[in-house]
Ligand binder design. Structure first.
Ligand code: DWN
Length: 431
């Protein structure tokens, strides 16, 4: 079944039994419309990964949703079986990019590249999903006329309060039209860790081409599905991440809107990501990096079922190894905490059935998360300064994507005999 471009793949509406919260069940692939989708892995029913709980609501039922990874056998897009209302997930958002020091460095370097290559004369650059304005501030320091679009009310307020122009909106064609008439066409539209969160990808593509200058570029940064499969990064599966992306399905999506990939780059963030630059067809040279990406994805045989069956089996073995390591540590009377109240950490804790009887607390640098409780498991989130003083025997590294940084930052904990557990791809002690 193929839908005309621009029509959103709809599906039946279902609801969580205990709270009545509704969600949509996909009827087919959100890029090519084909269906039915084939199952890759089910992680059961889980709460929303960033819906941390306040102390006064611990007794209330939390909405739970099926967490099922599916694959389109036509265009290859890996995607969840359901769509939870983005108003529920993003209007109030506790994830702040600036809370992770390594991301500050990453986006500062990225801002230099954008300023130099795509917006040399201080022209307009729009960041979709600008969060707390971390990248916007780096771009502005380099003279770029940067504007953010951020649906979260609390984060848009913080960014505007810091003098970083941020439109508190979901990015749609109507918003793109308003922004273009107010500020002119954009030389670059940036979307970092955003495109995986968008259900209406065709609407996103239409909004980009509405806003973009004739020679403008779209630059998307997203966790690469190859990294998910290769490194068994099952914890990065949660309801915010509707799609698990690769170059091939994105080429197909944007082709319908007159955009072509011109450059691709592997980057280390979030367990292994891709940055792809798209230009209007024929306006910019296509670099060899695109052919290289296509070769690497073809070699991974993403259009066959074997990589996914192997992935699902490795996930089950990863869970068994972690649960056994924690169980035996507790049998020895060792105290265990966790570091990084990450969204992915909540998938891991809920899927592995790890609660406060095993992990006493999660230390985190994000002020918005401290004092709250992890969704589903209700493990308390405390300041990372508590961790420095407490020095538990073992610390489960839920922010494993920053392992190098964390090990350097907590050298004194290691020197005093503390040990980290890196759970991905399989539980191992450090040192
Ligand atoms: O797509 C998304 C990714 C990019 O970010 C969002 N949907 C949600 C979020 O996912 P995440 O929470 O798994 O991302 P991070 O960047 O791995 O989260 C890091 C967390 O760890 C933050 O809460 C900050 C904390 N942290 C810490 O406590 N100590 C981070 C570092 C580096 C530290 O030293």
């Amino acid at each position: 079944m193929h839908l005309d471009p621009g029509r959103l793949v709809t599906g039946a509406v279902s609801q969580d039994a205990t709270t009545g919260t509704t969600y949509k069940v996909l009827a087919g692939c959100r890029i090519c419309g084909s269906g039915p989708l084939s199952m890759v892995l089910s992680l059961g029913e889980t709460p929303l990964a960033n819906s941390f709980v306040t102390a006064d609501r611990l007794h209330e039922a939390e909405p739970m949703f099926p967490l099922e990874l599916m694959r389109c056998t036509e265009c290859g897009l890996v995607q969840l079986s359901v769509v939870v209302d983005p108003e529920l997930m993003f209007r109030h958002y506790v994830y702040m990019s600036s809370a992770s020091a390594p991301l500050r460095d990453h986006f500062d370097n990225y801002a230099s590249e954008v300023a130099q290559m795509y917006a040399p004369d201080g022209s307009l650059v729009v960041e979709v999903g600008s969060n707390d304005g971390l990248l916007l501030s780096s771009l502005r320091r380099r003279g770029v006329a940067a504007v953010g679009i951020e649906p979260s009310v609390n984060l848009a307020l913080a960014a505007n309060g810091a003098g970083l122009e941020t439109w508190n909106e979901f990015f749609t064609v109507a918003v793109a039209e308003r922004l273009r008439s107010a500020r002119g066409p954009a030389q670059a539209v940036l979307a970092n860790n955003v495109i995986a969160h968008i259900d209406d990808l065709r609407g996103f593509a239409a909004a980009v081409t509405t806003l973009l200058d004739d020679r403008g570029v779209l630059i998307v940064e997203f966790p690469h599905v190859l990294s998910l499969l290769d490194h068994v990064e099952y914890d990065t599966i949660y309801h915010e991440h509707l799609s698990y992306l690769a170059g091939r399905p994105l080429r197909r999506l944007f082709h319908d809107f007159g955009l072509e990939p011109i450059a691709a780059e592997r980057i280390a963030t979030h367990g292994g990501s891709l940055r792809i630059v798209f230009g209007r067809v024929g306006t910019r040279p296509v670099t060899d990096s695109i052919a290289e990406l296509e070769r690497s994805e073809a070699a991974a045989r993403l259009d066959s079922v074997e990589p996914y069956l192997l992935f699902a089996d490795r996930v089950r073995r990863s869970k068994e190894a972690l649960v056994e390591m924690l169980r035996s540590a507790r049998m020895r009377g060792q105290r265990i905490a966790a570091l990084g109240a990450t969204a992915k950490g909540n998938t891991l804790l809920n899927y592995c059935g790890i609660g406060p009887d095993v992990v006493e607390y999660i230390a985190d640098t994000t002020s918005l998360k401290q004092g709250l409780y992890a969704p589903g498991t209700h493990i308390p989130v405390l300041s990372d300064s508590v961790f420095e003083r407490d020095r538990p025997d073992l610390t489960l590294l839920l922010a494993w994507n920053y392992a190098d940084w964390v090990l350097r930052k907590h050298e004194s904990y290691l020197a005093a005999g503390g040990r980290f557990i890196n759970p991905i791809p399989i539980a191992r002690l450090i040192p």
